[in-house]
Design a protein around this ligand. Structure first.
Ligand code: CUV
Ligand code: SF4
Length: 650
């Protein structure tokens, strides 16, 4: 299979300067001078990477293997059991999706457990911060709200959530079903990919792809699509219940990049994903200024890394220090007193780097420990007390700082974040109170905007950090695309100052500029102005992106495959990103990916993901390693959809 635009698999494989983030670049110099090994060195040391694995034609599913597809025909073209390239590639691919779905749904289950403990009276430190979200969710789920206490309503919501996880249902998953469009609901039923239990679907995927089970690549991939919908279900549970517990995000001002680390304060980085932990640490830190002053600090500065950073930024305005590929750089500043982590995207290497400094790494979840790092088992019952202990570890560590090792980049940028779909809808309601979503769809129909893009996903050091995210964004906004962002994509824009209203003048095309101006004029209460790109949250909050696509579809009276809406993960890395990209395609979205997944070993699988998916579901993968070309292809897809909508309206 020809690789798209002939771009190399790994850009400049020997160059360890693989970041474009100015904050990270500054730290990287120090890392090299002081001989601290980082991810930027290790990615070079891994080159050249195994081409069998890269193309997806290495099978390790049973221990007769590893088997590799070594020839085009004959015995060497198959595994020992006779599995051919398309079977091996598709099995490997869907197992990535199962890993992603398991990750997102474990995160959601943790939030759900916390909700359950709250309802049972065992989690005194949590509360229902957003009754409005609870009521909206309950109504969608068909749960009675009239004359009932919030706790009673929440009890029923939690029960439905648990049922979605565990019990194999006759009916579709309650949370997933409650927010799909009618058209998608029918499509998923007809193609038999509606999951009936989140856990059961992940298990079934492992069983389906075990040695000697499914060999049919189409059947395997349909199993993968079903698993991706289980992933979306988990994300939606995670997002909605986090909003209920911690509040639905509203526009908020903050700052980002390593310069937010404050040399005069006790600095605690929250790294990982779950607000169940990070919200409690922020709350504790805000009450412990006196303790920090006792050790000579001015106060406590909690900063975020990766998605838990995004969660805290969205709801609390907490500074976002950095994103995934540069996580070690936060420790390299020499002024980070503790890094508290929970799950996902945490490099085990943070402990190794921390040992060169005074920084304490503390793990908090039973399934996530790092050798030599401290472990504090965080629990919902004792959350506030646990959080106090975590903050105290940082305060204690502050005493052991080595001033000679402190070096914090000046890089920091203002930003506006906090755009839940509720917040976006409220903003548009100021222009059209009866049909807020029509403000966005009308702008597309009139040609003022070309459409909407969801920017998502990680850093993948096969290419320079953030270069993909930034290039795609600049192309999209220049061409009047309304952009929302999550995860480390949002992190990149935050760090580069592109999530600021100041960036609008410099980068937005005339249509986008005038659209934002209309919104601003109708919303004088938003004194900060509107940003170039709208932060909608963490990776689980990609469910907010789906929500926006559904709302636009309903407003336009069409199904998602006809909505001018695209998605992009220019630097996808995690299994979770594979799951997200797959449900985007299944929902009917053209989905750009800028780091090649292991599908090139089978023309058939490559063809299914890039073309046949489009015939069946209306969405398809666009594998394009050149970010500017990727953006151009996304803009083409948007223009085509908008043109078709206009033709059908005449
Ligand atoms: Ni959950 S999944 S690297 S933090 S976006 Fe960042 Fe986002 Fe990917 Fe991880
Ligand atoms: Fe080899 Fe088949 Fe076992 Fe895979 S399942 S490792 S192809 S024998």
């Amino acid at each position: 299979t020809a690789r798209p635009s002939g771009a190399p698999r790994v850009f400049e494989p020997k160059n360890p300067l693989r970041t474009t983030d100015p904050g990270a670049l500054e730290m990287l110099k120090i890392a090299h001078d002081s001989n601290v090994e980082t991810v930027f060195d290790r990615v070079v040391a891994q080159q050249p990477q195994c081409q069998f694995g890269y193309k997806g034609v290495c099978c390790r599913i049973c221990i007769a293997g590893p088997c590799r597809v070594k020839a085009d025909d004959g015995p060497a073209s198959k595994g020992i059991c006779g599995a051919t390239a398309y079977t091996i590639v598709s099995r490997n691919l869907v197992r990535l999706i199962a890993g992603g779905a398991a990750s997102h749904s474990e995160h959601a289950r943790h939030v759900l457990h916390t909700v359950h403990e709250l309802v049972e009276g065992n989690a005194p430190d949590y509360q229902i911060k957003s009754p409005a979200k609870l009521h909206k969710l309950a109504e969608k789920l068909g749960i009675a709200t009239l004359d009932r206490s919030d706790i009673d309503i929440l009890r029923d919501v939690a029960e439905l959530g648990y049922a979605d996880f565990g019990r194999y249902q006759e009916r579709p998953l309650a949370f997933l079903d409650s927010f799909l469009t009618e058209g998608r609901r029918r499509k998923f039923k007809h193609t038999n990919i509606m999951p009936r239990a989140i856990d059961g679907t992940v298990t079934e995927m492992l069983a389906q792809t075990a040695m000697g089970v499914d060999a049919d690549p189409v059947n395997i991939i349909f199993g993968g699509l079903k698993t991706s919908l289980a992933d979306l279900a988990g994300e939606y549970i995670g997002t909605t219940l986090s909003d209920v517990l911690f509040g639905t995000p509203e526009p908020i001002v903050s700052e980002s990049n390593l310069g937010v680390i404050n040399p005069k304060m006790v600095n605690i980085a929250m790294h990982g994903h779950n607000p169940v932990l990070s919200e409690m640490v922020v709350a504790a830190a805000r009450k412990m200024t006196a303790e920090a002053k006792q050790v000579g600090a001015e106060g406590i500065n909690v900063v975020g890394i990766c998605c838990t950073g995004n969660e805290l930024l969205m709801r609390q305005g907490v500074y976002l220090a950095t994103s995934s590929a540069s996580q070690e750089m936060a420790i390299m500043t020499g002024a980070l007193d503790a890094m508290v982590v929970d799950i996902q995207c945490i490099y085990p290497a943070v402990q190794t780097v921390a040992e060169c400094f005074h920084t304490k790494i503390i793990t908090t979840e039973a399934i996530m420990k790092i050798p030599s790092a401290q472990h504090l088992a965080f629990s919902a019952e004792t959350a506030a007390e646990d959080a106090r202990k975590l903050v105290n570890i940082a305060i204690e560590a502050y005493k052991h700082r080595d001033p000679k090792k402190i070096s914090i980049p000046n890089e920091r940028h203002k930003l506006v974040a906090g755009f839940s779909i509720e917040a976006l809808t409220d903003i548009m309601a100021k222009v059209n109170p009866d049909r807020p979503m029509s403000v966005l769809t009308d702008a597309i129909l009139s040609g003022q905007l070309k459409g909407v893009a969801l920017m998502a996903g990680c850093n993948n050091l096969k290419r320079p950090q953030d270069e993909g995210h930034v290039t795609v964004l600049k192309e999209l906004v220049k061409n009047d695309v309304f952009v929302i962002a999550t995860g480390c994509s949002a992190g990149a824009y935050a760090k580069f100052g592109l999530m600021s209203p100041l960036a609008v003048d410099a980068y937005a095309g005339p249509g986008l500029k005038s659209f934002l101006k209309t919104l601003e004029e109708a919303n004088p209460q938003l004194t900060t102005g509107l940003p170039l790109v709208f932060h909608v949250g963490s990776c689980v909050d990609n469910s907010r992106g789906a929500d926006l696509a559904f709302a636009m579809a309903n407003e336009l009276g069409v199904d998602v495959p006809r909505v001018p809406f695209v998605a992009s993960a220019p630097e996808a890395m995690h299994e979770k990103a594979v799951a997200i990209g797959t449900w985007c395609v299944t929902l009917g979205l053209p989905t750009h990916v800028g780091s090649m997944p292991p599908v090139e070993g089978s023309d058939l699988v490559y063809g299914i993901t890039t073309q046949i998916a489009h015939d069946v579901f209306g969405g398809n993968f666009i594998f394009e390693m050149d970010p500017a070309v990727g953006a151009a292809k996304m803009i083409d897809a948007l223009e085509y959809r908008a043109w078709k909508l206009r033709v059908h309206r005449q």
